[in-house]
Design a binder for this molecule. Structure first.
Ligand code: BES
Ligand code: ZN
Length: 454
């Protein structure tokens, strides 16, 4: 094989490029970072141009999309790579060992916000295409790239873009690396993701904060009401109490439960990894089942009253919370919003008003395991990682995946190169550099394996 650079040179160049992208604080949720998000889109476009492609930066009402494609290869399937260059907010900053946007290598991993989610994983496919083009001048099939800047805020503008560009995006298989391996040395193909429905609840009481002695007991306290409403979402058995919530939930099959149970997973080890002394959740389900294949509700943030030092006897005028449900396939986030609104309103005592803000929602997905593309992916992972992958579901959400299936009618391959302890969305996010290179090698093999399917 004719190579433009020795593998190690290419690997160190690929690492340097990842560091460059990680230095850009492309936080999509925070409008103060809009220029940085744009800068990251430009960086991705520049990388495509350096690979010899003709990238487009496509404006949306929010953050831009970056699109590029390699030449058509008649008679071969078309692969579409989807990834995201935006990242979650880095807070709490004080808990980072090194600053989130100053990528630093420790113990073979690069630490930075976005390292694994999704800059590092997404780049593996650009690096693989760059390597094949440099070595061979062409790919064995056409690869289209669609890289967005709004995944972490629920992809609000990508659905309409897809619906309006069906010809441009036409493909047979969609490749997404934005998930995880099962464990170090246990690569995985993910065949299911949970969906999501994300809300903010705002409660308003008296027109200003009051003395809790003078007014407490006479005036409804919005913080008390918030605590009661939030507690009413989940029962003692860990089941969600919003009416109709379980109507469309597909039960886990016995076969799937057996397969999950066969995976090398230990509650004790998992607890030690997270620094907790045990787990709780929906009664009757094992930890992996609850994380991957059962719906859940989590409070993501809540506030009210006095947060400063010492005690203050206040009856707060306002209280609020952000909370979200993870959904399983067939549950409809829009239906949930209606049911939730009614359920909360019915419990509201006099003296408090509520506003429920629906931030975003997306359904869960599960894919059949019988597929020639899945087999191709398993072969490619074996070549990149030296092991055949296990098949898993995961609990996170990639909101646009359901839209891809519906609008493009293509199969989706979720090939995660990350690890469970990569600290995604939390301080000290990392990505193992060996996995960056193994992922790139698996991606190189994937183009050949997919091309062989026809
Ligand atoms: N990479 C994650 C999705 C993910 C996490 C897949 C864990 C598999 C396992 C993605 O970037 C993400 O975090 N998505 C958000 C979507 C939300 C903001 C709409 C999520 O799951 O919270
Ligand atoms: Zn994420």
């Amino acid at each position: 094989m004719k190579t433009a650079a020795t593998p190690t040179e290419r690997e160190s160049q690929a690492e340097a490029e990842l560091m460059e992208l990680l230095r850009i604080p492309s936080v999509s949720a925070d409008s103060k970072h809009s220029a940085d998000v744009r800068h990251a889109a430009e960086w991705v476009a520049k990388k495509f141009a350096a690979m010899g492609l003709k990238p487009e930066i496509i404006a949306t009402p929010g953050h831009p999309l970056v699109y590029a494609e390699t030449p058509a290869v008649p008679g071969k399937p078309i692969a579409l790579v989807y990834g995201h260059y935006d990242v979650q907010p880095p807070d709490p900053l004080a808990e980072w060992i090194t600053p989130p946007f100053e990528p630093t290598v420790r113990n073979g991993a690069v630490f930075a916000r976005g390292a694994t989610d999704d800059k590092g994983q997404m780049l593996t496919h650009l690096q693989s295409v760059a390597a094949v083009l440099a070595a061979q001048g062409k790919l064995p099939l056409q690869v289209k790239f669609l890289i967005e800047g709004e995944e972490e805020v629920g992809s609000p503008n990508l659905g309409p873009f897809i619906a309006a560009n069906l010809d441009k995006l036409a493909c047979d298989v969609i490749v997404v690396s934005d998930s995880s391996q099962f464990a170090p040395g246990v690569p995985a193909v993910t065949y299911g993701l949970r969906g999501i429905a994300y809300y903010e609840l705002r409660l308003c009481g008296p027109k200003q904060d009051l003395h809790s002695g003078t007014f407490g007991g006479g005036v409804t306290n919005p913080a008390n009401v918030l605590a009661k409403l939030l507690a009413s979402l989940v029962d003692e058995q860990g089941r969600i109490r919003v009416p109709g919530f379980y109507d469309d939930v597909v039960p886990l099959s016995g076969r799937e439960r057996e397969e999950f149970a066969r995976l090398p997973f230990s509650d004790a080890k998992f607890a030690a990894q997270l620094g907790v002394n045990g787990f709780s959740g929906e009664v009757g389900y094992a930890t992996l089942e609850r994380r991957w294949a059962r719906p859940t509700c989590d409070i993501n943030g809540l506030w009210s009253g006095y947060q400063g030092e010492g005690a203050k006897t206040v009856l707060p005028a306002k209280a609020g919370a952000k909370f979200s449900f993870r959904l399983v396939p067939k549950q409809d986030p829009h239906q949930l919003t209606e049911n939730l609104q009614q359920y909360l309103e019915a419990q509201l005592p006099p003296g408090v008003t509520m506003e429920l803000i629906d931030f975003h929602g997306a359904p869960g997905v599960v894919f059949p395991l019988e597929s020639k593309y899945l087999e191709a992916a398993a072969n490619a992972i074996e070549q990149g990682f030296g092991k055949r992958p296990v098949f898993i579901r995961e609990g996170g959400s990639i909101p646009i995946v359901g839209t891809f299936v519906r609008e493009l009618g293509a199969e989706v391959l979720l090939l995660g190169w990350g690890l469970d302890d990569d600290n995604t969305h939390s301080p000290n996010e990392k990505f193992c550099l060996a996995d960056y290179h193994r992922g790139t090698r698996a991606s190189v093999a994937l183009w050949d394996e997919l091309a062989k399917t026809s």
